[in-house]
Design a protein around this ligand. Structure first.
Ligand code: ZN
Length: 59
């Protein structure tokens, strides 16, 4: 059975664990209406994604 040659330092271990940790999505203001929208998602208030209307918002 393979055995690790060296023990990982505490900071190395922590940074590896931190990379897999869940973090809240970053909200950016919509380019069309300015509402905060998470990345890679069409704006729910105006339906625009990357300057193109992808769906109509029902009122
Ligand atoms: Zn918008």
């Amino acid at each position: 059975m393979a055995v690790p040659k060296r023990r990982r330092s505490r900071s190395k271990q922590k940074s590896r664990v931190a990379a897999n940790r869940w973090h809240a999505p970053l909200f950016q203001p919509c380019g069309n209406c300015g509402a905060p929208v998470p990345g890679h998602i069409a704006c729910p208030s105006c339906g625009v994604y990357r300057g193109r209307k992808v769906f109509n918002v029902e009122l």
